[in-house]
Structure formats: C-alpha cells, structure tokens
Design a protein around this ligand. Sequence first.
Ligand code: ZN
Ligand code: ZN
Length: 361
Amino acid sequence: MAPAREWFEKDYYKILGVPETASEKDIQRAYRKLARQYHPDANPGHEERFKEVSAAYDVLGDPAKRKEYDEVRRLGPLGSMGAPTGNGTRGAGTFHAEDLGDLIGSLFNRGRREASGPRRGADQEAEVTISFEDAARGAEVQIPVTGEAACSVCKGTGAAPGTVPKTCARCNGTGTVSDNQGFFSFSQPCPACHGRGLIIEQPCPSCHGTGTEHRTRIVKARIPAGVEPDSTIRLRGRGAPGRNGAPAGDLFVRVHVLPHPMFGRRGADLTLRRTISFADAALGTVLTVPTLDGTVSVKVPPGTSAGTVLRVRGKGLPNPKRKGARGDLLVTIDIDVPDKLDAKQRRYLEDFARVFPHDAA
Ligand SMILES: [Zn+2]
Ligand SMILES: [Zn+2]
C-alpha cells in the first residue's frame, strides 16, 4: 500500500462523508464520529476502515496537506503521468518518465537569457504517510512534490515543442573551445553555448527556455524497511532540476507512520501487551502471540509479575541503519484480576488466601 498513490485513488472526502467544501470543523466532527464508530477497541474487526478514516483525516485535517491533496486531485489519475521508462534505478528511487525529463533538462541549455553558467538544482522537501506495516517492510511510494520541476511542455529541454536544441556550431557540440597562446593551448567553456554544446533557437513558450516550471510532480521512491517514524530520508538528485548541466538538488522526505491497532515500536523493537490470568502468572504458561509475519510461542515463566517484559529475539523490525539486523519483539505482561466472582470462585479464592497468607506492605 502506498499512501501517496492513494491521493489519486482514494476519495478522502467520500471516506469522511463530507463535501469538498466542508469546513475544518465539519471535517473534524465527521472524523471524530467515524473514529469512535470504527475504533478497534470499541468495535473490533473494523481495523481497515479505522485506518482508512485515520489516513483520510491525516490529510484533510491538516489545512496544508489538504490544499496539496486538492491540488493533486486536480491533476487527475496517475495514468496521465506516462508509463515508466524501464526499471533502472538511481539513488534510492526508481527511474521513470519524470526523471527522464529532469535528466534531459539538465543536459540541455536553458536558453540564451539564462546563460549564466551551471547551477545545482535546489533541495526540496516533501512528506509522505505510510502504514505501520509498510514502515516495517519497506514500500514503494509516490510522493507529491510541489516546487520547481522540469517543464512539462518541453520536458525540460527548454526548446519549443517540435524543435530540438541544435548542436553548437562554434564548439561542434563539445562545449569547450581551445585558445592557443604560443606553446600553450587552453581549453575553456564555449562562449556561444556556455559549455552546453547545444543551442536553443526557439525557446519553449511555456518556460521561456528555462526548462523549469512550478508544479506538483510525483516522485516514486522506495522507503527502506524499518524506517523510523518522522525520520527524513534523502533522495539524491530528486530535487529541483539543475541549470545548465548542473546536477539536480536533493529531495528530503519526511516519513510519517500511522499507528498500528496492536503493535507499538521502540526503535527497531516491536512492542505488544498481553493479559494473562493471575493463575497463569503464578503457574507459568505458553502464549501464542502475533508478530508482523505469523505467530510465535512465548514462554511465560512461573511467578511472572505484572509489567514483566518478555523478549522474543529477532522478531522485531529491520534495523535500517544495520543491514540484516532486526530488533526484538517485546511482550509486556498484564495480569487480569477478576472483578466479578461467583460463589464457587469466591470460595476457591478464599481458600487460596488462607493457604497463601500475604501481608500488605
Ligand atoms: Zn518548457
Ligand atoms: Zn558551443
């Protein structure tokens, strides 16, 4: 599941049952009502629905995110983005049509008026929200990034549609010219094309030859398994396109992780609470507990007290900082003290109390 893709596929307004014109208050009210209705504690079996509602509110409940979501929705379905071009990878992400435009954009001239030499593209920031499971396992996500991007009309070439940048006649496309001074020959950037080797004769009317425009684009990226909630990952070269052949900037993506109805986490350790009877606590037992992949048996030793943490090695989350390393599953034991006793149970407990006297400290 890739929540950024969900921005295209899911109608968060519909999920919360509010019109697109709903006020912040209406959205909050609708969310509270649905959250109460589907909360796993109150109404088990509705985890998916609860998650969906939470994800919808995570976006619509935040005015900045909502604005971005509305903008993304206006762009239409993903299908219009064009098919991915091969499966080559660059940095942490996947190479696709968008990048090709950026790449071409950084290879070709931005136009005569912008001929002030190479300049690295700006770093950009974006946010993505993923599920607990996706954070644990890693996920392909599609991140909307608003800011400077390769011009969608000329794909970043800076040349008017139907025209192509021409090979520079002065340097024959090499981008450098030699200057002979006696015995020495100096090589320097070609003054006609500013070192690009290409000349744009007809600038793109949309970007005036700069090859860039302000818009929301979608960046595909792989979120590493075990990513820490609210951490920032750096995608090299996925920021704003560079100018005059300079490299693109980096994209810094803040990763938000939705809570899990059952598990918590502490670093790479997965946490879970389990309640046992005080008889089992005294006598010892074996619990079957869930992990992110299947269940495991956990031995509860005799004489276990409330709050004891049982550790199942290697059943936690992958440690994104140490390849191959995994955290542990930490099971905190709660002990259920019965609050309703029938006559027989009461008798047994009174017998127990007599043979097992205990002075309250
Ligand atoms: Zn353009
Ligand atoms: Zn030249």
